[in-house]
Design a protein around this ligand. Sequence first.
Ligand code: AZC
Length: 814
Amino acid sequence: MTEITAPKSPVTADQFADEIREQLKYTQNVTPEQATAADVYVAASKAVRNHLADAWFKTQADTVNGNTKAVGYFSAEFLMGKQLENALLNAGLTDQFDSAVEALGFQPKDIIDAEYEPGLGNGGLGRLAACFIDSLASLGVPAFGYGIQYKYGIFKQTFDENGKQVETPDYWLNNEEPWGHIDYNRDQKVSFGGEVVEENGKKVWKPAWSVRAVPVDYLVPGYKSQRVNTLRLWTAKSYDEFDLLAFNRSEYMDAVKPQVKAENISKILYPEDSTKVGKELRLEQQYFFVSASLHDAIRVFYPGQDKPDLTTFPNKITFQLNDTHPVIGIPELMRILIDEYDYDWDTAWDITVKTFNYTCHTLLPEALEVWPASLIGELLPRHLEIIEKINEQFEDELKGKGVADETIERMRIYTGDSVRMAYLATYGGSHVNGVAALHSQLLKDMTLKDFSDVYPAKFTNVTNGVTPRRFVKLANPGLSDLITEGLGTDKWLSDLELLEGLAPLAKDDEFVKKFAAVKAANKHAFVGFAKDHYGLDIDENTMFNTMVKRLHEYKRQSLKILAVISKYAAIKNGTVSADDILPRTVFFGAKAAPGYYLAKMTIQLINNVSKVVNNDPDVKGKLAVHMLPNYNIEMAQNLIPATELDEQISQAGKEASGTGNMKFALNGALTVGTLDGANVEIRERVGAENFFLFGMTVDEVEKLYADGYDPAKYYEADPRLKQAIDLVANGTFSNGDRNAYAPLVADWLTKDWFMTLADFSAYADIQAEIEKLYRDPLEWNRKALLNVANSGFFSSDRSIEDYLERIWHTGPLA
Ligand code: AZC
């Protein structure tokens, strides 16, 4: 047996340079003279990975042999961002790397930038999963992230000459990818289709086809924890590489068909974001990674055992279901226990419920996945039977509790036609949590009310968080140094509530000025970034005002662009005098789901407003608008630290939490926002006087729906709004074409489900307050600094501690 050693001790810069040279020579097969930045990137990454290997082995061994329960985070998305810089930080090798690559004749930044960002997630949910596995490792909690290694991540976004979004495939594996290790020897078989027969009184599933699930392991190093966890992403391979018979008949296309069918499973990330899709392939993906992961966990925790005692399984690992995507894991674990390991139903159920927990990330009932029973029956016939039985047991249980028939009817997991995955997850697991206090409350009061009435103890809240390592330390080194200077320690990186120590410094004008200087430097750096990446000329002496997130009607990018148009009109008409105009640069970044018509039209509108405004000499130096293409983690890391005003303007009651809001507050932007999601808690912590609140509350929204909402009324009532919408309608932003945005205009005036128009006046009014404060840089920066000081709560380390205490009931390895 190999001895498990302590993690490799840090090396000197010279030694690290030698390690990179060795990788260049023996794995990249280039001389240092031939090496490009991309070669050095791969070599350095492999060298870092080698440094993490011993800690990784040790963490694995301690995970299996120790008595600390592990966490399995099941997520269809992990939006990791670039790996090298983060791995260097967590391995304690940043300085050595900088000197080593300089010795090799390169700039560290060029090597970091040579990495191609993996986009294996859509937005908030996927990024949250990435922050969580970073925090789990940093806290020393044994954990596995389980998901899919999609060949194509989230699409690459460009804009055509008309400003329309164009999606192109993101083949990120086109470049050498040094982080994932494909482990063909730890594969799992995942089967689909066929039928269920009875043999000797036992149900036996005879599947029609199978795929080979092969794990690709990513190392997840903790920050200063000496722990390295595993992110295991499955890739689908065919068992029948090649149908030789077909090939001999020269039917080449047919010969590769089985391979194509199998490998399609892990081919693409669905570019959806909280809308339901009824795609067979998506269910195949979900089952594929969940089945492989459950078998993998049994393999890991009961090595070499044919008849393991799986009643101990819930003491070994607890699985968190990240949204409804992995919920098919519940009937799958039941099937494994009953069919593969001969447990009786009740024992299997007991193990299953103890093992799973579910996080809900939405409030839109239509975004909770519901699968047609016929589809599950075709693809997973045994699971459908198990789901029916779970539902029967559930209904009996409800009757036993005296729940009324019509309530039971509403709560059914299996309706005969369809299966409601959120209900299955709520019944089949121990805990259900929302992702911010308001969201968790609304889940109990609305979306999952019946369940919360019957099972109140299952419900809890864990407010989201973000990792300060990536989103402060790496993204904002200037601010990080200033924080360390202010606190006299860098311990805040693992204990973010220490930021509170900065609050007294908000009274110290000299410190506030230093803080302002960091922001100015970040703005300057972003101007360079925008020039290099997008060819833009940006005026750094304007307020940087940012709205970045997925494009969704409920998030209300419409509200922002209408306000921009209104401001543009005011400058053009001379309604505001030149002296009263506060120069602003407005940045948008947003991808729209390819099939989301109004969202795509909104992007087109923003692009065309940008063209008109930016080319109009009348507003030059006063207002500029940029729709930055392909918003991703890299852009977030560059733009957030440079932002002064952040937009979190969703309709109250619709954004579950938001995590961008936390990143902005931690980087010293002030927020203009509604009382929605985690905005509520951010405002409570940073202080109402340091947050620009506007708009209707959840109760007011509900009342307005109930009273009958008529958007046209608001259009008539506020001339600023009327003028802005008229400009869109009259072709000002479409070369005179009045039809270009007709569907958008019609939606605003007749439907406006998310009440953009109703909140417009409040939003336009609060701009005066914002601008007034901005004209007093010292006061603005004092408030921004207080945002930083009071946002320590929003560390994902704290979120994980909450999960440990409220849901997982486990902790760090000894
Ligand atoms: C998002 C929520 O919309 C956002 O409010 C929240 O902060 C985030 O999850 C993390 O909890 N939901 C999604 O991204 N949903 C999907 C299906 O992608």
